[in-house]
Design a protein around this ligand. Sequence first.
Ligand code: UTP
Length: 290
Amino acid sequence: MKKVRKAVIPAAGLGTRMLPASKSVPKEMYPVVDRPAIQFLVEEAVKSGITDILIITSRGKESIESYFDKNFDYNIKLSASGKTKELSELERIENLANIYFLRQKEAKGLGHAVLCAKNFVGDEPFAVLYGDDMIISETPVCKQLTDIWEEHGKPVVGVKEVPTEKVMKYCSLKTTPMEKEGLYDVSDMIEKPSREQIFSNFSILGRVVLPPEIFEILEKTAPGAGGEIQLTDAMAELSRKGGILAYDYEGKRYDMGSKLGFIMANIDVGLKHEETAEGLKEYLKSLKLD
Ligand code: UTP
């Protein structure tokens, strides 16, 4: 079974739920304590054995590219002022992986963004890390899924059980439990189902590992929910052909495209960060909440 070496991070969405801030700062660049959300995704991929990452961006998101590039002037200034710790952290980020960028010219949906990665992916399996889903876990979620790919040789989607109102906004999977705890066989799925169309409360949250065959399907996938080319519609076709697994991964997911998710991620990461943990704990305790 081919190892998963490549990952795609679609980050070209409009970010309308985070307006007005997202008008000029991409939501992927919002800081979680002291680093942009997208760095958590890149580090997760690298810790999962991924060596090549394609980030799909769009007009106005140039700051993502600059962040992973070398900034000579800044490095020289840090070096001159003896800030060696800060300098070595910047150099570490510059050298995390082979990071490539491609623009999606129009926001035609997540499926279309993934289709833009066709030439980058070639004939290999690949991971997709949905750009605004940050997940904190013991074992990187991407690794949890690539391990399943390597063991079973089938595409696998990361899932969680979510309340019905959320299923209707995300997607719903028709699942049958398998022997391994948390692993399911998927025979169908639907994007943004109505209440009557729901198969189960399992929704895909943030991570999938796919075979290159997905591109042929995406090329034929018509716009679906919201007039966008939906990745779920293409994965549904794969699942109906009997080829998809779902894994209820270990990890806490933050929807960084939503105001609440962004605040929750900052609180949870801030409570673990050595410079902020103590002060933040005291501050939270001091709040007189009803
Ligand atoms: P979302 O639907 O959550 O992101 O897409 P969005 O479109 O930015 O959200 P709102 O509703 O306008 O606030 C899931 C992921 O797919 C990417 C997004 O960047 C996000 O990471 N995406 C979505 C693309 O790359 N291209 C698209 O055309 C749509």
